[in-house]
Design a protein around this ligand. Structure first.
Ligand code: ATP
Ligand code: LTN
Length: 327
């Protein structure tokens, strides 16, 4: 039996190269080794205000982008979280087994709740309980994510362990898998912040559907530091981030990259970086156009996903409910 991989992505904003390099790249490359489930987490998305029409369109767009990036329908199942009611139901039950103190330690909540205070709702605080429900419903073994989600997977393990210690082996304990390189791609305009969908600064992120001109402009505007030489040096986070992006999209080694740009200026490096990204994204963008030419194709795949996964999720939920004396 192949191990089960489960991961999720929010249908908000535009997918960016951070999402690709931190998460989607791992999903695609290890697809044939595992039994894979990828969830478009629209219930997580509504923890911040969303326009209903946009949200519905983004669910489809996100699915199409995953297939365009190399997710294969024969190897992986993609579905929409809100289509399977068991997610919200299990999240409620898990709430009753998660101490407040665990949630209060979550760094993502601390970060996100700093912004607009009037928009901070209970859902945003409770976000990790829903994420735990997503993972545990499918008895997942591995959860490939970017660095920022590692802590949420730890909490998932903790709550599963706590539940199992009372009721027996109901949940499998999942493990996160985080890439060694690219697990935290930083913003182009502020290398102290992670690249993020919910930030809208003009040169904050490179989106997977950006045109060559947009990519070129954003890279040319990207912040650099005063190092002047082009080396992988953690003390110079702006150039380190750009070099990491170059490394991952070009497939070249760090030594080769440093040699290639030795004695050269930032302008030359940036031009080559923009070209490497543009070339890499070209086939993905073409596939996206092909896939979205026929909207019924995505709808059909998503409906198949629901039908295949609902029984698995319901089986776990029923087990949980009978263990605790519900239903
Ligand atoms: P937001 O910042 O609005 O919460 P996001 O950009 O983090 O959104 P998600 O849909 O929450 O996007 O994340 C999808 C996957 O991409 C997760 O596994 C997450 O860890 C990963 N990821 C997100 N941003 C980055 C980044 N800057 N570098 C590497 N991986 C990332
Ligand atoms: N919280 C994740 C998205 C997410 C997820 C999941 C990831 C929701 N449920 C389950 C892995 C497993 C994020 O990227 N912000």
């Amino acid at each position: 039996m192949k191990k089960r991989v489960f991961s999720g992505i929010q249908p908000t904003g535009s997918l960016h190269i951070g999402n690709y390099l931190g998460a989607i790249r791992q999903w695609v490359s290890s697809q044939s080794q595992y039994n894979n489930i990828f969830c478009i987490v629209d219930l997580h998305a509504i923890t911040i205000p969303q326009d209903p029409k946009v949200l519905r369109a983004k669910n489809r767009e996100t699915a199409a982008l995953l297939y365009a990036a190399g997710i294969e329908p024969d190897l992986s199942t993609v579905f929409i979280q809100s289509h399977i009611g068991a997610h919200a139901e299990l999240a409620w039950i898990l709430n009753c087994y998660i101490p407040m103190g665990w949630m209060q330690r979550m760094t993502q909540f601390k970060e996100k709740s700093k912004k607009k205070k009037e928009e901070v709702n209970i859902g945003l605080f409770d976000y990790p309980a829903l994420m735990a429900a997503d993972i545990l419903l499918y008895q997942s073994d591995l959860v490939p994510v970017g660095e920022d989600q590692r802590q949420h997977v730890e909490l998932t393990r903790d709550v599963a362990r706590r539940f199992n210690s009372v009721y027996g082996e109901v949940f499998k304990l999942p493990e996160s898998t985080v890439n060694e390189v690219g697990a935290r791609i930083m913003s182009l305009d502020d290398p102290t912040k992670k690249m993020s969908k919910s930030k809208t600064g003009k040169s904050h992120a490179i989106n997977l559907l950006d045109s060559p001109d947009e990519i070129y402009l954003k890279i040319m505007r990207a912040k650099t530091d005063s190092l002047h030489s082009i080396r992988f040096d953690r003390n110079h986070p702006a150039i380190h981030n750009l070099l990491t992006i170059f490394e991952l999209f070009s497939g070249l080694s760090r030594i080769d990259i440093e040699e290639r740009f030795e004695g050269k200026g930032y302008a030359i490096f940036k031009k080559e970086l923009a070209e490497v990204i543009i070339e890499f994204l070209k086939p993905l963008q073409l596939r996206y156009q092909e896939i979205t030419n026929d909207p019924s194709y995505i709808d059909h795949l998503l409906a198949e996903g629901d039908a295949k996964l609902r029984p698995i999720a319901e089986k776990t939920l029923n087990h949980v409910k009978s263990a605790i004396g519900l239903g």
